[in-house]
Ligand binder design. Structure first.
Ligand SMILES: [Ca+2]
Ligand SMILES: [Ca+2]
Ligand SMILES: [Ca+2]
Length: 74
């Protein structure tokens, strides 16, 4: 595994005005994964996936439900 963890401590990801804790790591296949704790309880609330590593996230996943949302409109 060659995951790189980066902690973002100054990002408001869901626009509620409160900084959200998040980390980004890169998988061996080049995909970027962002995990965010948007309510500050220490549990990940949102996962975003950039499958091709170009910096644009194509999909988000709600870890509570496993439900994924396609962010692309193509
Ligand atoms: Ca927030
Ligand atoms: Ca949380
Ligand atoms: Ca991408």
């Amino acid at each position: 595994m060659s995951e790189e963890y980066v902690t973002l401590d100054d990002k408001d990801l869901n626009g509620d005005g409160v900084v959200d804790q998040a980390k980004i790591y890169t998988l061996d296949d080049g995909a970027n994964v962002l995990e965010a704790d948007t309510d500050g309880d220490g549990e990940v609330d949102l996962i975003a996936i950039d499958a091709d590593g170009d910096g644009v996230y194509e999909e988000t996943v709600d870890p509570a439900t496993g439900e994924s949302t396609d962010l692309t409109n193509s």
